[in-house]
Design a protein around this ligand. Structure first.
Ligand SMILES: [Zn+2]
Length: 370
């Protein structure tokens, strides 16, 4: 076997409702001048709290910028050209995935210290070493990988609990998908240490959500920052970030995706998906099909019940896709890159059978309710 020389940078993070008091001890060694860059709503939600804690430190906030509209290279260039950015010793990125991905692409590329302040729990951007880049027209461009994640993430669960709960709702679907996709994609292979770690860690993308997910979402909907909310936030932001770093270490996202994501990307051919539904919502639906295709009856039942409890979709109607559109998708899914690294070839017949069985399961439920 060949020897490999590689480095891995893991995410550092603080979590809780008073963890902004760690800003001083964590950030002061990187300099003094801070530029805060974030989404508009995110800054509304977090800026004052950040300022009140920064006042107690040796740091100085020199400006506040709205990051832009989307994570594009043009947005990154615009921020890079700002005099305040050039003057800043470090950047605080505040927001959801797109704002954080933008400041990561800007600062990690420039080797400027950057810290993340996630304000919603929809994805793991605060803890990964990748930014999802978009084209100017809003369509997906490519993942941009970096050597490391941000210096530190300050995950304030009080701010997150007060944000709209649908981000966590969808984030749950994308998070448990990570476990099933990693395990199926890597099945039967002799894995490198880092991939094996990623697959092992990914189990924690599922277990806490099965246990705490329903209560976490209920508490979140009531704006309450509870133990359950914290457990769900940890799974969505931290565990998924760590799993993603190990599973994509070679910058080949082979183990980081699978049939659930293939279903989502195939369905994005219909504008209703991007316009009216969230990524994790549709991926969580795709997991049901992936589990049926894979013959994992027990796991299917767990996730089916979880989706029903949370209100995540279990049918095409819920994501506003017609039978005809699904038939078109079914033809494209076997050739999608997300299932290129699968332990078997996914066929149209498998998808047809899985969908029939899913419908049967939904009918069984409806029968009970009558
Ligand atoms: Zn995803």
């Amino acid at each position: 076997m060949k020897l490999e020389n590689y480095e891995v940078h893991l995410p550092n993070y603080s979590i809780g409702d008073r963890i902004y008091d760690k800003i001083g001890p964590v950030c002061e060694s990187y300099g003094k001048k801070v530029l805060v860059i974030g989404g508009r709503k995110a800054l509304d939600a977090a800026y004052e709290k950040i300022c009140s804690y920064v006042e107690k430190t040796d740091l100085q906030i020199i400006g506040k910028e709205i990051y832009g509209e989307n994570c594009t290279y043009a947005t990154v260039e615009h921020l890079r050209s700002l005099p305040l950015y050039q003057e800043a010793d470090m950047v605080f990125g505040v927001g959801g995935g797109k704002a954080l991905d933008t400041v990561k692409c800007l600062c990690i590329t420039d080797d400027k210290p950057v810290f993340a302040f996630p304000t919603i729990a929809s994805n793991c951007s605060a803890c990964t070493s990748v930014s999802i880049m978009y084209n100017e027209d809003g369509t997906f461009l490519k993942p941009h990988f970096f050597i490391r994640p941000v210096m530190h993430s300050f995950i304030d669960t009080e701010i997150i609990a007060k944000a709209p709960a649908q981000y966590m709702w969808a984030g749950i679907g994308d998070t448990y998908a990570k476990y099933y996709e990693a395990v199926i994609s890597s099945r039967g292979e002799r894995l490198e240490h880092f991939t094996a770690l990623g697959a092992a860690v990914s189990r924690m993308c599922r277990d806490p959500l099965l246990e705490y997910g329903p209560k976490a979402l209920e508490d979140h909907r009531n704006g309450r920052c509870t133990y359950d909310v914290e457990q769900a936030v940890l799974a969505i932001i931290v565990t998924t970030g760590i799993a993603s770093i190990f599973l994509t270490k070679d910058y080949t996202p082979d183990y980081n995706s699978g049939l659930a994501h293939a279903v989502f990307y195939a369905l994005t051919a219909y504008p209703v998906i991007e316009e009216r539904h969230l990524h994790g919502e549709v991926v969580g639906f795709g997991v049901l099909l992936a589990l049926l295709v894979d013959g994992q009856e027990e796991e299917f039942e767990k996730i089916y019940r979880l989706n029903r409890t949370l209100g995540l979709p279990v049918s095409l109607e819920e994501i506003e896709i017609t039978e005809k559109q699904w038939e078109e998708c079914r033809k494209r899914i076997p050739d999608m890159s997300d299932v290129a690294h699968y332990p078997y070839r996914v066929t149209e017949e498998m998808l047809t059978e899985a969908m029939d069985r899913l419908k049967e399961r939904v009918r069984k439920d409806a029968g009970k309710e009558e």
